[in-house]
Write a protein that binds this ligand. Structure first.
Ligand SMILES: [Zn+2]
Length: 262
């Protein structure tokens, strides 16, 4: 069995299911984490919104963005080495850079509300491109679909890049074959899980984790050094937060499956 985790951004798979990945690796399983929005931004035509984010991130000019992507990829490699998974990367830019390819200034997402809103209808062709690519990758791991398990974000928090990955995986494999993970840290807000908890079409399973893999998960989360300040005051706060979150599920990570009733 090959385990393929689809991560919208660098860090999502580790944040959400790093303990499970470490546990699978310990059991000798083959694990790949594929980061979808891992590409460089376009060299020109950056939106005012993306520029304002660059300022917030301390990026002075557009060329420094590529260095940031390089740093994030290296952090990802370090994190995956800690939990024992391999990394793969698609050349797709983050949502804040995407636009209609031949129309200047036609950016799809130009505000915080946009990136947590609906996926832009013009991204349908990108969903198909991603779907085809992940099918190819899965086929290379094993032509027998029963020998590969694909994990994707449940899209808690509603980030458009998370929606992009979920829709692409559903188009490629069909929702009923997939294992959905809860997007941490967005999933700390239990309100957001209500739709799934109250639906008869969704069932959840907890993967319980021992102290050793919990520790590995925390080390791996810490490896994304540039991201700590986005979500936590410092590394110690992050470690406490990760532990508290896992404790809420009995020291485990929760996964969902779509099992529609007739
Ligand atoms: Zn993300």
């Amino acid at each position: 069995m090959h385990h393929l985790f689809l991560s919208p951004h660098y860090d999502d798979a580790i944040y959400s299911c790093g303990g499970t990945i470490a546990k699978l690796a310990q059991a000798g399983k083959d694990i790949t984490v594929l980061t979808v929005c891992a590409g460089y931004p376009p060299s020109s035509n950056i939106s005012p919104y993306a520029r304002s984010l660059h300022e917030r991130w301390g990026i002075k000019d557009d060329s420094a963005v590529n260095e940031m992507i390089d740093i994030r990829r290296q952090e990802d490699k370090n994190a995956l080495a800690i939990v024992g998974a391999k990394g793969m990367y698609f050349d797709i830019a983050d949502c804040i850079y995407r636009l209609e390819s031949d129309i200047p200034n036609s950016w799809f997402y130009q505000s915080d509300d946009d990136i947590f809103g609906r996926l832009n209808g013009n991204e349908d062709s990108l969903i198909s491109v991603i779907a085809r690519s992940i099918l190819d990758i899965a086929d290379k791991f094993s032509p027998n679909p029963n020998k590969i398990r694909v994990y994707i974000p449940l899209t808690i928090g509603n980030h458009v890049d998370h929606q992009l990955v979920r829709y692409a995986a559903e188009r490629a494999f069909g929702a009923e074959t997939l294992t959905y993970y809860q997007d941490y840290p967005y999933s700390k807000d239990r309100q957001q899980l209500k739709t799934y908890e109250s639906s008869v079409d969704w069932t959840s399973t907890i993967n319980y984790l021992g102290e050793e893999v919990i520790y590995q998960k925390i080390q791996a989360v810490a490896a994304y050094r540039s991201q700590i300040s986005t979500f936590w005051a410092d590394e110690q706060t992050m470690a406490t937060d990760v532990r508290e979150y896992l404790r809420a599920w009995g020291n485990g990570e929760l996964f969902w499956r779509y099992t529609p009733t007739l």
